[in-house]
Ligand binder design. Sequence first.
Ligand code: ZN
Ligand code: ZN
Length: 173
Amino acid sequence: MIRELFEKAGELHGHYCPGLAIGVRAAAEALKLLGAEKGEHSLYCIAESRACYMDGIQSVFGTTWGGGNLELRDRGKTAFNFYDRTTGKSLRLVSKDWPSGLEKSEMIEFLLNEPLGNVFSVTETRFEAPEDSFVRQPSQPCAVCGEMCREPFLRVSEGRLVCLDCAEKKLKQ
Ligand SMILES: [Zn+2]
Ligand SMILES: [Zn+2]
């Protein structure tokens, strides 16, 4: 089962590596512990660093960059906060001190099949998950280039609203 998930995730990721195995295992355990199904709208994930495991999470947990329900808050830790916003359940998985000196294939095997307690610690989440995956932001045209731009990204320059690109160009002149 976990092997199949790993195979499938590799199609998205482009290769098979220990990093991908980390994400696949974490996501599979999170689904089990939350009692949730992959891809439910209520799911949300905040990762505490970014590496190959992000694709394991996208593939297995179903939260994606494009879907707006996968977020990075870089703390330099191999740790993942998983949420089901319907049930209010959440948990965080953080890496243990893994054995060093294993071959790549042995490491993948370890990450996929070792008892959970040897791979991750389960803790409380460190962050609140947002209620909505996307915050709706109205757009207005930039007074210089005319391109539509979300309001929080517009700046006032000489009394006109301009986009960041045009605001920065102005500074350089
Ligand atoms: Zn990789
Ligand atoms: Zn502009």
